[in-house]
Design a protein around this ligand. Structure first.
Ligand SMILES: Cc1ncc(COP(=O)(O)O)c(C=O)c1O
Length: 398
């Protein structure tokens, strides 16, 4: 198998480097391709399939919703929005929610919110502090906020109004914003996912919260990848005991049905007024039911605890097998959001793992990323390590 040998899609736009495999069905943490080959799913659709595939309670609930009402429009109240928003508010400590369809849309909404917050305070050209090696999406505004030149290249001119800083360095944030009256907000990922599984330190998060309070800025946290229970708490910022002013979600929120959400706390909840923002599909009854059912099943089945304990088991096993080997920089991450950084680019391992029956991803060029469903078991974690570790060891010897 080789990516070069992959048949070019005649009609689908060529946006993704794909492996020449098509998935046909899934069950739990397994998927089968169109030739019937079985894979262990270590990536869950990039942190999307929270409940795994074909969940026995989730699927019938969606079937019922599809037969009842899929979409109606935001001209009318959508009871599912009220239900999911109330639940998300209770879990996150925020108060109000705007629903959209993806991570970039949630972040786009957050950027608009921060600008409007600035304008409401009399700042004509509001600026937002963002981070090196961050990822916030691929719209023009969110790729401008993203700290990765490769994602921005070819799409200039970028949107203005961002101040970029390194992570985990409060003095750098203070220095980069010193004497700048236009700063209105900070936007950060609690754990940078696409950037290589790099966490903001808990102390740093508290320092940023304090700085935002002192300066009157909004603290906006992108939990599109690390949120929704993946680290063992509903939201990764909760490990630091802080309350942000805005939180963005997508990916795992509806276990595979497209959804995005911008959650806002009291300081930010009333900034948008009718006409300021919107989405045709955002918050439709199908997506809302998927979100409500995802959370219900997560609570009922104790999936936060599972993410924490199985994640710790997986991390320990990876550390035992690979930690300390020459060529392994670090095994890191929290819960079921783990990265194994190697000393050189390792994209080839994506393909080799797939050949060996394991779905993973490689991020930041040199980091193996694991984001399995939150129903992942210890036995599946052991199986993952049994497939992956020999591949990594062989790669290190090349
Ligand atoms: C932290 C983060 N923010 C935003 C996004 C963009 O989400 P989407 O692909 O749904 O637009 C991603 C996607 O990987 C992400 O990891």
């Amino acid at each position: 198998m080789s990516t070069a040998a992959a048949p070019a899609s005649p009609h689908v736009m060529n946006c993704f480097g794909r492996l020449p495999v098509a998935m046909a069905r899934g069950q739990g943490c397994r998927v089968w391709d169109t030739h019937g080959k079985r894979y262990l799913d270590g990536i869950a659709g990039i942190a999307v399939n929270t409940l795994g595939h074909n969940h026995p309670e989730f699927v019938p609930a969606l079937q019922e919703q599809i037969a009842t009402l899929i979409h109606c429009s935001n001209y009318y109240y959508v009871p599912g929005q009220e239900q999911l928003a109330a639940k998300l508010a209770a879990l996150s400590g925020m108060s109000n929610v705007f629903f959209c369809n993806s991570g970039l849309e949630a972040n786009e909404a957050a950027l608009k919110l921060a600008r409007k917050f600035g304008h409401d305070k009399g700042i004509a050209r509001p600026e937002i502090a963002v981070y090196e090696s961050s990822f916030h999406g691929r719209s023009i505004a969110t790729l401008s906020a993203t700290g990765n030149a490769k994602i921005q290249k070819g799409f200039e001119p970028l949107v203005e109004g961002f101040v970029r800083v390194p992570r985990n360095d409060i003095q750098a944030l203070e220095k980069a914003t010193a004497g700048n009256p236009n700063v209105a907000a900070v936007l950060l990922e609690t754990i940078q996912g696409e950037g290589g599984i790099h966490a903001m330190h808990l102390d740093y998060l508290r320092q940023v919260r304090a700085l935002c309070d002192a300066r009157g800025w909004l603290l906006m946290i992108d939990e599109v990848q690390c949120g929704m229970g993946r680290t063992g708490k509903w939201f990764a910022y909760q490990w630091a005991g802080i309350a942000p002013d805005a939180v963005t979600l997508a990916k795992g929120l509806a276990s595979g049905v497209p959804v995005g959400a911008l959650l806002a706390g009291p300081q930010a909840a009333q900034i948008f007024q009718p006409g300021d923002h919107g989405s045709t599909f955002g918050g439709n009854p199908l997506a809302m039911r998927a979100g409500v059912e995802t959370i219900r099943i997560m609570e009922k089945d104790g999936l936060l605890k599972n993410a924490e304990t199985v994640g710790a088991h997986l991390k320990a096993a990876l550390q035992r097998e690979l930690g300390g080997l020459p060529g392994v920089v670090e095994v890191r991450g929290h819960g079921l959001m783990l990265g194994i950084e190697l000393a050189r680019p390792c994209g080839v391992l994506w393909e080799r793992a797939c050949e060996a029956g394991l779905l993973i991803s490689i991020t930041a060029g040199n980091t193996i990323r694991l984001l399995p469903a939150l129903i992942f078991t210890r036995a599946e974690a052991d199986e993952l390590v049994a497939i992956l570790a020999p591949l990594v060891k062989a790669f290190l010897k090349e």
